[in-house]
Each structure stands twice: as C-alpha cells, then as structure tokens.
Design a protein around this ligand. Sequence first.
Ligand code: UDP
Length: 320
Amino acid sequence: MNILVTGGAGFIGSHLCDRLIEEGHRVIAIDNFITGSPRNVAHLLDHPRFTLIESDIIERCWVDEPLDAVMNLASPASPVGYLDNPIQTMLVGSHGTYNALELARVKGARFLQASTSEVYGDPLEHPQKESYWGNVNPIGVRSVYDEAKRFAEALTMAYHRTYGLQTRIARIFNTYGPRMALNDGRVVPNFVSQAVHNQPITVYGDGSATRAFCYVSDLVDGMLRLLWSNEVMPVNLGNPNEMTILEFAKAVKAAAGPECTSEIVFYQPRPDRIADDPQRRQPDITRARQILGWTPRVPLEEGLRRTIEYFRAELQAARF
Ligand code: UDP
C-alpha cells in the first residue's frame, strides 16, 4: 500500500512510519518540523520505500503518486507545544485537516484522523466512553487544541457523510515512549529527564490529577487495526491503567533505579500551563477491544524502562 502520514516526523508519527515500513508499505511522511524532528526518521531516510517531505499541510497537502491511505497526525500535541503555537494549532486542525481530507478524496484513499482525549475536556463522566460529548472550555487556553481536534472530527464525519469517504477517528489518550521531545513539557519527558539528571521531580498542584499512560507501540498497533477496520465512529485508544500524577512520579523514580536520588516536589507552574487541566482521565476501551480485538500489552514498568533508556542515550549524545 502507499500510505501518507502527516506529522510523520513527530513522536507518534515516526513510530507509525517505522511500523508501516516494517509491514512492507511505501510511506510518505510530511512534516513542518515545528514540534517534530527529522532526527526521528533519520534512520529511514535511505530506505527505498520511505520519503520525507518538509511542508506545512496548512498551505498544501499534495503528492503526485496514488495513495491507499492518508493518516493525519500533523499537530502540536503537548500543552506546551500548542500553547506556544496557538494559531498554528487551530489552523492545522482546521485548514490542514481539510487539505488532508481533500487529498484522500481525490486519491480515493481511506483517511484516519488522529484525535484526542482532549475532545472530552475536563470530563464530568468517568471513565470516558466515545458516546460522551465532553466538557470543553471553548475560550480557555487549551481550547486551541481541543476545539481544533473537535473541528477535525466534525469535518472528517462531514466528508464521510457527503462523499462516502472511508474515514476513521482515533481518540488518542496519553501516550509515551522514545522520541518524545525532551523539552515538550509533558509529564513523561519532564519526569524522566528530571529522574535521569537526579533533579527534583515536579508534581504540579497536589498530584491528585489522574492520567493513564499507553506505550507507543501499543498505540500504533491500535491505530493500524482501526485504519484497516470498517469502523467510522470514533474509537478511544489508550491504556486504562489510571493513576495519580503523584503515583506516576513514584513509578518513574522507581524505574530510574536505585541510583536516582531525585526528590518528588510539589510545584506551582505558570497558571496558563495548568488552566483547565483535566482532573481525571481514563479511557473506556470497550469498543476498541470489541471492534478491533485490541488491548494494550506493554506494562508501565517495561515502557518506562525503554523510555528512560532512550532519554539517557539522548542526553548522553547531547553532551558530545
Ligand atoms: N504535570 C506535572 N508535572 C509536570 C508536567 C505535567 O505534574 O512536570 C501534570 C499536569 O498538570 C497534568 C498531568 O501531569 O495534570 C499530565 O500533563 P501533560 O502535560 O503530560 O499532558 P495532558 O495529559 O494534560 O495533556
């Protein structure tokens, strides 16, 4: 198959490209490198079935060759990433998604939209099922991401209903693993780099907010199962293993081994960094289990071990 991945040099996009290449597909990755990095796909650049295009899908999303699938992952995805690029985030979710959908329509390709648990906002229902409409502050600082992704979902459904385009919507919950940007401000890169440097681990507020973390290889597996399924309605993809951020800090410290001397500290970040921070989040993955036969397999300890190993190597390389 010929598959286009927008955001292909990002954290999740690059793992997706790896997996598609392994499966024998031809892969074209488009990225503008605002939050992604060519380093994430450097090992693929000489591969005969891989092409990397530097381009912004807000302006243009086009390739001359035939396509079987378009996977639309282009967007800043960390709170720091989208708070620093608010207008771009809205435009890539809206105009970028429109350009990617048009490409899929013209090529007769199936289309997968990478959506997010942020469509549920600070949820009043717990755990979150796909049928929940969400609790989003439409003018808050996070709204640039939440509303852009909600718009992208709506536009994707409109293309399905108007043109019969084969569309898929993956609602991705917190995902972690190698190639997360060290400075993207999310809890995993922050805690892991703090633990690796023996610096204080910064738990925001009282650490009682909850998240559930899915290892990236599990997520990519779910996304591909969804792409090749017949399911048009959104599907949650995430690991239901919910924990408080304080518990997560302890898990990172433990995974960093006895040499880690970091203390866990409670810290007040800039108010805009935590405004509308969802207090509880946990995916209900009943639909993914039933429709896709998918369930996450990598335990947190194992995923953290691999992530810490990657961060140690990156930080070591940065020193030379
Ligand atoms: N968080 C934290 N310390 C950090 C970074 C984040 O306690 O150094 C918290 C943050 O307030 C939130 C949770 O960890 O409650 C997850 O935040 P993240 O930025 O990873 O992404 P989100 O799930 O909010 O999109």
